[in-house]
Design a protein around this ligand. Structure first.
Ligand code: NAD
Length: 490
């Protein structure tokens, strides 16, 4: 089988023209197309076909058949693992392309994307390893001495719906775990970022996975809606906004399709009274506004002891002002543009809301000078922020950080927990155990003491309105499994 969609290496991104369905590169059934523009030049970057409901139906039918009749769910986990390892190896050969695709479509700095893309290969290798050692069959004993066999079986046909900000890794989490579990997958990446999903499809094809096990149908909202309403889809794995996540859950409730949701965040970095600010600074600089603040786990609220507020601002504000904003393809750039025009509108709206509410702009707030084109915005810090302000409550998804003063640790805990979200967080202290004790008070799915680490081999996900279920680690595998109990009565 040859791929008609080969993505060219390096800077030259070639638009795909087919969908990957049932192990073949299939022509679209309609003329529908999606156009995306460069966040840097605002000029057209790609035009490619959008899957229509008929294309999506074909993809689901292929996944259905592969699940009901094909070898994949019936293979031993070790056999599936060997395929996943092959996929991992093939991804590893294309990391440079994946990094460039991310940079071109989203505007994420190439220095960052090159550093992070290795996670995709890691995820497939990680799930291969987990598949080999997960307890898919456990033998237990009843009180009457009889044997009970607890099986973990693949859920079935899964839809994987991903957003644009970190396109490949957020898809890899789902596809690697779902495949390791024995599910068959229909991927619908974000319309703004199709390229990584095509690279993944090419790797899966090359690795020789059975027909229909992985299918790719890029589409927008309408296609996503069609997919989640499809009666043959038994599970939806979604990463995206809280609003769409809630809607998907409502749709899936009708037929009790399984749902896992990775949604928005408003995470807090808490500098405890004894924190060494200078040591906290590097991680705050990287993670308070990574990818121009378009990362769900960004540390967008920084909680500082009131008595040390001035000291913190004297350190933090000059560092933010020194961030190198520019062309994401340049190796020295630390912050590129926002990904799209609607993102800039949204972020500017929040900056206006912050000013109107009485927060003080400590730096940024406008468009940087010298950038007539591109969706650039200055890294922005608000102080005098109270926890009930819109800018402290809602996910801005841009380079806008709120510095919030607190009086004592109880006040810090209250303020850290004062949003509907609970995705991530960081606690800084000279005493790691003191920070750990504080971390236990925070209502969030992930935390780091004295820094920020997100490791795809460990569970990631949210409390409250940040989502449901976990990706990464054995918990991520459980997301794709049903539990069956077989009592051996004689
Ligand atoms: P979005 O919710 O608009 O879209 C996400 C995906 O859902 C896209 O593929 C989109 O086409 C699809 N979609 C939209 N409407 C749909 C519908 N009615 N039915 C089915 N699918 C539909 O989000 P976005 O703008 O692409 O991404 C930004 C959001 O994603 C932010 O809120 C961010 O916090 C969140 N996010 C969360 C995580 C996490 O792991 N928790 C990671 C990255 C991004």
């Amino acid at each position: 089988m040859t791929a008609h969609n080969k993505i060219e290496p390096g800077h030259d991104l070639k638009a795909p023209e087919h969908f990957y369905i049932n192990g073949e590169w299939v022509a679209p059934t309609t003329q529908r197309r999606i156009e995306i523009s460069s966040p840097v030049t605002e000029e057209r970057l790609l035009s490619y076909p959008e899957a229509a409901p008929a294309d999506i139906d074909r993809a689901v039918a292929a996944a259905r058949h592969a699940f009901d009749e094909g070898p994949w769910p019936r293979m031993s986990p070790a056999e599936r693992a060997s395929y996943l390892r092959r996929v991992s190896g093939l991804i590893a050969c294309r990391l440079d392309q994946i990094a460039w695709a991310w940079t071109r479509q989203v505007g994420a700095p190439i220095s960052l994307t090159k550093r992070l893309v290795g996670q995709n290969a890691t995820l497939f290798a990680h799930y291969a390893e987990l598949a080999e050692r997960h307890p898919f069959l456990e033998c237990r004993q009843r009180d009457d001495g009889g044997e009970v066999r607890v099986l973990r079986e693949p859920i079935g046909v899964c839809a994987a719906i991903s957003p644009w900000n970190a396109p490949m890794v957020l898809l890899s989490y789902k596809i690697a775990a779902g495949l390791a579990a024995g599910c068959t997958m229909v991927a619908k990446p974000s319309p703004e970022t199709p390229l990584e999903a095509y690279i993944l499809a090419e790797c899966i094809e090359q690795a020789g996975l059975p027909r229909g096990v992985f299918n790719l149908v890029p589409a927008g909202r309408e296609g996503g809606e069609h997919l989640v309403r499809h009666g043959d889809v038994e599970k939806v794995a979604f990463t995206g906004s809280t609003e769409v996540g809630k809607h998907i859950m409502r749709v899936c409730a009708d037929r009790l399709a399984r749902v896992s949701l990775e949604l928005g965040g408003k995470s807090a970095a808490v500098l405890l009274p004894d924190a060494e600010f200078q040591r906290a600074l590097p991680s705050l600089m990287v993670y308070s506004m990574p990818i121009t603040g378009q990362v769900c786990f960004s540390l967008t609220r920084i909680l500082v002891p009131r008595a040390r507020l001035r000291e913190f601002l004297d350190l933090f504000i000059p560092a933010v002002q020194a961030i190198c904003v520019g062309d994401p393809a340049a190796p020295e750039t630390q912050m590129g543009p926002l990904a799209m025009a609607r993102q800039r509108e949204r972020v500017e709206g929040y900056i206006a809301a912050g000013r109107a509410a009485g927060a003080r702009l400590a730096c940024g707030g406008g468009r940087p000078r010298g950038f007539e084109r591109g969706y650039f915005i200055e890294p922005t810090v608000f102080t005098d922020v109270s926890p009930d302000m819109t800018i402290a409550q809602e996910e801005i998804f841009g380079p806008v950080v709120c510095v919030i003063a607190y009086d004592d640790e109880d006040d810090a805990a209250r303020k850290a927990n004062a949003t509907p979200y609970g995705l991530n967080g960081a606690v800084y202290s000279a005493d790691p155990e003191r920070a750990f004790a504080f971390a236990r008070r925070m209502r969030t799915g992930g935390l780091t003491v004295n820094g920020l680490i997100v490791d795809p081999k460990h569970p990631f996900g949210g409390y409250g309105q940040s989502g449901m279920g976990r990706e990464g680690g054995p918990e991520g595998l459980e997301n794709y499994l049903e539990v069956k109990t077989v009592h051996m009565a004689g």
